[in-house]
Each structure stands twice: as C-alpha cells, then as structure tokens.
Design a protein around this ligand. Structure first.
Ligand SMILES: O=C(O)c1ccccc1N[C@@H]1O[C@H](COP(=O)(O)O)[C@@H](O)[C@H]1O
Length: 226
C-alpha cells in the first residue's frame, strides 16, 4: 500500500464513527490550546528521555491545568521503570500512560491498578510478531500501532491491516500528517489517530496551524451522520 497518498476520501468510503484524534509531544500553552480548540480528543506529553519533545512533570502539570476534563491527557513512556512511570504520571496528573517500550503485561496491570488508563503502543513489527495469546491479551485494551522508530515521522506499510485489522480498539500512528491522514483513515478504518512529527514546523517544534489542519483533515474522513 502507498502510505503517502494524499487522495481525499469520497463520501462512500468515509468512516462511520467518531474518530479519536490525539496530538502528541506538546510542550507549550499555545499548541495545547490549538489542539484543544481544534477538537482533539487527547493531548500527549513525552516523558520518555532523549526526545526533543521530552518535558518534565511540572511543565506537563501546568499545561494540563488548562485542558478541559473531557480531553484525555496522556504521558508517553519508553522502557522506564514502573516506579518512575508512576511517579511522573502522578506528579503531572495525566489520565493515561502510553507504553512504547518492552513493558510487560504485568507492568501494564500494575500501572492500571494505580488508576491510570493504558495505551499500549506496539511497533508494527512487534505487533506482527505477537503470538495469538499475546495478541489477544493486548487487544483487550487499546493498542496503538506505530512505525519501528517512534516519534520519527516515518510511515509503515499497513497493507495487511486492511483485511486483518487488530481485533479491538486500535489507533494508527507513525508518519501521519495533514496530507496523508484522511486517506489512511478511510483505507484502514482505525478507531483513532496519533501524530507528533507531522504537526511540527521543525523537529520538536509544534505548529498550531498544522495541528488545526491535521484535525480537520482527519475528521474529513469520518461521517458520523451517515
Ligand atoms: O515523540 C516522541 O519523541 C516519542 C518518543 C518516545 C516514544 C514515543 C514517541 N512518540 C510517539 O510516536 C508516535 C508517532 O510519532 P510520529 O507522528 O511518527 O512522529 C506517536 O504515538 C507518539 O506518541
């Protein structure tokens, strides 16, 4: 499948459900406000170290203070000890923990037991390598399918997901942008989409116009009235 297509969906292939849209890697009040006012369902803050988007829990807490309660706030983690994840999640006040590394089901259950939602991110390669038992375990919750290198703005070949999509609620990520999201939503029919690089003017710098354009384009592929 050509994942970089820019074709607009026709009415016929619009998705008939409300699409969940998450804008990730936010670090300024202006871009959080842009995501909120443009209709994002979730905003994400990267706590994984080593990213140009990494924020501390105090900044995230300040940003979250201006996010309306109906919008999900998500902390993004990758291969950090569970105690660290819990401390950062508590201090920042996020609703949900997005796990991007090799965290186990037991890790995930421990975090959930402390009252946080879980968004299990899997690279498309890890997802394809799961055995049936592992796949059904993760698919009981929400999963996010991503390219191999998270946050790098790279797409992946998703052709096999057209006929064999994940069984449960799944979110598409990896190289999405205002030019390709509508086509990919119409083709793959995920429950939601998540973007970081595709709404940046340069690496790590979010752009409010691109955030608005992304949300408008993503929603153009859905038609909850039909
Ligand atoms: O954004 C990051 O820097 C990041 C770091 C570590 C783990 C995940 C990260 N981001 C996640 O990557 C995907 C897709 O990003 P992109 O749109 O391809 O840049 C998204 O789920 C982010 O939450």
């Amino acid at each position: 499948m050509e994942t970089k297509a820019t074709t607009e969906p026709t009415r016929k292939n619009r998705v008939n459900h409300e699409l969940y849209v998450k804008i990730c890697g936010l670090s300024t009040p202006e871009t959080v406000a842009a995501a909120v006012t443009a209709g994002a369902n979730a905003v994400g803050f990267v706590f994984a170290p080593g990213s140009p988007r990494t924020v501390g829990p105090d900044l995230a807490k300040e940003l979250i203070a201006n996010v309306p309660g109906h919008i999900e706030t998500v902390g993004v983690f990758r291969n950090q000890p569970v105690d660290t994840v819990l401390e950062l999640a508590r201090r920042s006040g996020v609703d949900t923990v997005q796990l991007h590394g090799d965290e186990s089901v037991a890790d995930s259950e421990r975090i959930q037991a402390q009252g946080f939602g879980i968004l299990r991110a899997l690279s498309i390669n890890s997802y394809r390598a799961l055995d049936d038992a592992q796949r059904s375990r993760w698919e009981t919750g929400r999963i996010l399918l991503d390219a191999v290198e998270p946050g790098a703005g790279v797409t992946f070949d998703a052709a096999d997901l057209v006929d064999a999509p994940p069984a449960g609620t799944w979110i598409l990520a990896g190289g999405l942008n205002p030019g390709n999201v509508a086509h990919l939503v119409a083709t793959l029919n995920p429950a939601g989409v998540d973007v970081s690089s595709g709404v940046e003017s340069s690496r790590g710098i979010k752009d409010s116009e691109l955030i608005r354009a992304f949300i408008t384009a993503a929603r153009s592929a859905t038609d909850s009235t039909s």
